[in-house]
Design a protein around this ligand. Structure first.
Ligand code: DON
Length: 561
């Protein structure tokens, strides 16, 4: 090798060292006061603005919820639904269930043809896929029960973003173009989101005057404008245009429901999470209970992946068999969450070879009956963990004419046909069959972890059927492996949902040795590009500092002060 060549190599080494990102880029965002982490920077700013105006975490959450409906139409919404978990510094924990509902005219077999076969796309695209939206009722309930500033004030950032517009990010520009096959099927969506084929490029300003007017009506008249006023009439007119089922009576009847959170305990931490009609909280606590006393060994290695996968398979088998809307069907929630039931499952895991065939367990007794997550902690110690969704990216594809917002395709989360997979490959049972006013089973898992009664962690993610596994893994990364929150959300992820019989790993992120050992043990491996988009906050129990991390898999932002 010539001296010149050696010089070139040295120079390139030096340059690569100089241009490497500063170490700070690998640290979470730290703040003494408050922290907002969402999947979109303007929405994070909206939350911080409301906190600085004197709002609490709930005010900020409602502002973020409406802002994402403007800046992140992929999943942010007023035409969808979700769950908000709230912890107040005075010790109160509560959940607002604003999941969509099946319309009155929905029927058990509405997605089956005369031969009993599933009609392709009927539950995922267009008018029949739409559930009665819950977001406006849920956000309004959160604001009136637990906010300080009032709906008018917390809607202001969203109204401004819709009216004045905001610069389109590279991510939004790519996303809109990617979803053009869906959005171009419906004239209003094609006009607003695709500019009739003149696609938005990064940096162009995206204004949404119709959506601004809709939000202004909600600010002036409250949620009644959406469920019983001008906006309701526009939703019904759009439903008529596309032969949909939702009527004015469906909208008038819709209520957000305040529910008691599910709670569990894991190694001295209290887990506060979402009850049915989400399956996320039940599955999360069931998995944590199974894993609690086990020595998991190092993260992302064969032993921990094996034990966690076996816990996942059992929780998903139980989900498939037992879970549905508890206002309609009996679900053995107490049995599924009991430490004794978990001990039985754990013993079975330890006694059987990896990936042994399993079915749902017997958790007696029975008792009565494309998504985005954000996490907020305010300066007083209140916290909100909120996941809401249109289901698939841009939902049903339908935009309400004259009102400028997309409608969900949440009906696909019901069981279209027992034993047949939905769009996330989930096999579901009669417990989640379609019935008028019933809420479809969800995987959303907004969760708050408390330690000695104060916030330790706020966490959640989108990702359909993978959601509770993402939440489990990020949580264990913090609580067991003591990672900082940025490393915890960045770490490689894996997923098993019992059926299909496959262990999914993020591609390129696990060692060859781990992969070989998992294969040797009998797992059928499949590879995913990436899994979930977790927006999380941790609080240092000694100093009270808040640490925020937006998942690098997405394009969100953590902002603190
Ligand atoms: O409620 C559920 O479980 C689904 N509708 C969530 C959809 C979702 O996470 C899509 N995002 N990737």
């Amino acid at each position: 090798m010539t001296l010149g060549a050696i010089g070139l190599i040295l120079l390139s080494l030096l340059l690569s060292a100089v241009s490497a990102p500063p170490l700070a880029a690998f640290l979470p965002v730290a703040a003494k006061g408050a922290m907002v982490v969402t999947s979109e920077p303007f929405a994070s700013e909206a939350g911080v603005q409301i906190l600085k105006q004197g709002g609490n975490a709930v005010d900020a959450a409602v502002a973020v919820g409406f802002a994402l409906a403007v800046t992140h139409p992929f999943a942010g919404n007023i035409g969808g639904g979700g769950f908000m978990v709230i912890h107040l510094a005075n010790g109160r924990n509560t959940v607002i269930d604003y999941r969509e509902e099946a319309p009155e005219k929905a029927t058990r077999d509405m997605y089956l043809d005369g031969q009993g076969a599933i009609i392709p796309k009927a539950s995922t695209v267009g008018s029949l896929s739409v559930g009665v939206p819950g977001t406006v009722a849920g956000l309004a309930m959160a604001e009136s029960e637990y906010g300080k500033l009032g709906l008018r004030t917390v809607l202001e950032p969203a109204i401004k973003l819709a009216l004045d517009g905001f610069p389109v990010s590279h991510a939004l520009s790519e996303s809109l173009r990617h979803y053009s096959p869906l959005l171009s099927r419906f004239d209003q969506s094609r006009r607003i989101y695709l500019r009739n084929g003149n696609y938005y490029r990064a940096g162009e300003i995206f204004k949404q005057p119709e959506l601004a007017a809709t939000l202004e009506l909600i600010a002036q008249q409250g949620p009644g404008a959406f469920y019983d006023g001008i906006i309701a009439r526009k939703i019904v007119a759009t439903m008529k245009q596309y032969d949909g089922l939702i009527t004015l009576a469906d909208l008038r009847n819709y209520r957000a429901i305040e529910r008691k959170p599910l709670t569990g305990h894991f190694r001295g931490n209290e887990i506060v999470t979402v009850p049915p009609p989400s399956s996320g909280g039940v599955a999360l606590i069931e998995m944590l209970n199974i894993l609690e006393p086990l020595n998991l060994g190092p993260p992302d290695a064969y032993h921990s992946i094996h034990l966690m996968t076996e816990a996942m398979r059992r929780a998903y088998a139980d989900r498939s068999r037992y879970l549905g809307d508890t206002d309609f069907v009996s679900v053995p929630v107490a049995g599924l969450l009991s430490k004794a039931y978990a001990a039985n499952l754990r013993a079975a895991i330890l006694a059987s070879p990896p990936d042994s065939p399993i079915d749902a367990g017997n958790p007696m007794p029975f008792e009565g009956p494309d998504t985005t997550h954000f996490s907020i902690v305010d300066a007083a110690g209140d916290a909100v963990s909120n996941t809401y969704t249109l289901n698939g990216g841009y939902g049903s594809g339908i935009t309400v004419k004259g009102a400028g917002f997309l409608l969900n395709n949440e009906m696909d989360d019901f069981t279209s046909k027992p034993g047949s997979p939905n769009m996330y490959g989930l096999i579901q049972s009669e417990a989640n069959a379609i019935a008028p006013h019933k809420r479809p089973l969800s995987c959303m898992t907004p969760t708050i972890v408390l330690r000695h009664g104060t916030v330790r962690m706020v966490v959640g993610s989108p990702g359909g059927s993978t959601i509770m596994n993402t939440v489990l893994e990020v949580m264990l990364n913090v609580l067991v492996y003591k990672m900082d929150v940025l490393h915890a959300v960045t770490a490689p992820r894996f997923h098993d949902q019992w059926k299909p019989n496959a262990l999914f790993l993020e591609r390129g992120r696990f060692s060859a040795d781990t992969i070989a050992r998992l294969r040797q043990a009998g797992y059928t491996l499949r590879f995913l590009k990436s899994m979930g988009e977790c927006e999380a906050i941790t609080v240092n129990p000694k100093t009270g500092w808040r640490f925020g991390a937006a998942d690098p898999r997405g394009s969100g932002e953590a902002v603190g002060y």
